[in-house]
Design a protein around this ligand. Structure first.
Ligand SMILES: Cc1cc2nc3c(=O)[nH]c(=O)nc-3n(C[C@H](O)[C@H](O)[C@H](O)COP(=O)(O)OP(=O)(O)OC[C@H]3O[C@@H](n4cnc5c(N)ncnc54)[C@H](O)[C@@H]3O)c2cc1C
Length: 324
């Protein structure tokens, strides 16, 4: 075991993903706590220049292979397994996103290593890595220690601020040779981009987000009025989209959009992990829910236990009056 902490540097469309920096910040803390080195693992094709952005690491291990040109989970798994067999890191932190999802569990199965999925946090306790992860769709949080010399942590978005994981420093880069199996089973043919629709919710500063709690499509009008008064747009949780009340381009969450507005007003949304994944980076989260135990209140900066159907028109009036 070389005892180092690794962060898998996720890429998307030729750029390092934002979550990579979040995970780098966490990895830095763990490496410092253990007196180990932080190494970023950059797997790609003609992507060496991206290493320059990974200055938080002591070293970037860069592996180039044409099979790694796209986020092909099978190729990534083979590459990571090979590198881990050779170098035996102490802990490998993998971003938990649509792009990297599955990588942690596949690698763990291949190498028979423990994996902690859905990690919200991790720290060093008595010389060992201890992780906090969520279970049962966010209903239970568990603090876990892994057995053995090496482990994989799949880290959820939001574990740290991305800015904490950036650095202007130039990291050392070591190019490593890979031998990937020929004839990988999975081949990406093309990307199907979701249609952005008339409103791009990823670019809005104010979002009025509605969930199943608004109860019917007719009540959307109140949300539209409130959004207009606030100078923002309406988006929704998955049930709202599944029922056809809003188009897919307005869905926030794991299978929708990632949004980071200045204000995210969540109305009648319970706060399922799949929804939180898309909005927890918002600057200010205000949640309105009739259930005081709704998990969304654990994420919100401000919480209001109230009926959203009463609150929406009242708030719209107040905002309009305040604007004059
Ligand atoms: C693979 C996968 C991907 C998924 N992707 C996404 C995704 O991208 N985005 C997403 O959102 N979900 C996603 N989901 C679904 C997710 O698990 C939840 O089911 C969903 O987020 C719940 O939506 P909700 O909060 O609107 O509904 P519910 O969980 O039903 O919550 C409704 C809330 O409204 C409250 N309420 C009821 N009436 C009122 C009222 N009058 N005023 C105020 N509050 C009220 C209730 O107390 C409750 O908390 C995904 C699930 C899976 C398995």
């Amino acid at each position: 075991m070389n005892g180092n902490i690794w962060v898998v540097a996720e890429q998307w469309k030729g750029q390092i993903s934002e979550i990579t920096y979040e995970v780098m910040a966490l990895g830095r803390e763990l490496a410092d706590g253990l007196g180990a080195r932080l190494e970023a693992v950059l797997l790609g094709h003609n992507a060496r220049s991206l290493a320059a952005g990974l200055g938080k690491a002591d070293l970037v291990l860069y592996a180039d292979h044409e099979s790694l040109a796209e986020p092909n989970i099978e190729a990534l798994m083979s590459a990571l397994v090979q590198l881990m067999r050779e170098r035996k890191p102490r802990a490998v932190l993998v971003p938990l996103t649509n792009v990297s999802m599955g990588l942690s569990t596949l690698v763990a199965a291949e190498l028979e290593l423990p994996v902690v999925n859905f990690c919200k946090d991790a720290k060093v306790v008595d010389g060992a890595v201890q992780a906090t992860c969520v279970l049962y769709g966010g209903k239970i949080e568990a603090t876990v220690a892994t057995a053995g010399d090496s482990a994989i942590l799949a880290v959820w978005p939001g574990a740290r601020q991305a800015d904490q994981g950036r650095s202007g420093a130039s990291p050392a880069v070591e190019e490593v040779a890979l031998e990937l199996p020929a004839g990988l089973c999975i081949k990406l043919k093309r990307y199907l981009e979701p249609e952005m629709g008339e409103v791009d919710i990823t670019q809005q500063q104010v979002l009025v987000a509605v969930g199943r709690g608004i109860q019917s499509k007719d009540n959307l009008e109140m949300a539209e009025e409130l959004a207009e008064a606030l100078g923002g747009a309406v988006c929704g949780s998955r049930p709202v989209i599944d029922q056809g009340w809003l188009p897919l381009s307005r869905q926030v969450g794991k299978s929708g959009m990632q949004v980071k507005p200045r204000l995210y007003l969540a109305l009648g949304i319970s706060g399922a992990p799949e929804h939180l994944e898309g909005m927890r980076g918002s600057d200010l989260i205000v949640a309105v829910n009739t259930d005081p135990a709704a998990p969304i209140f654990n994420e919100a900066h401000y919480g209001v236990v109230a009926d959203a159907l009463d609150l929406m028109p009242a708030l719209a009036e107040k905002v309009k009056a305040a604007k004059g």
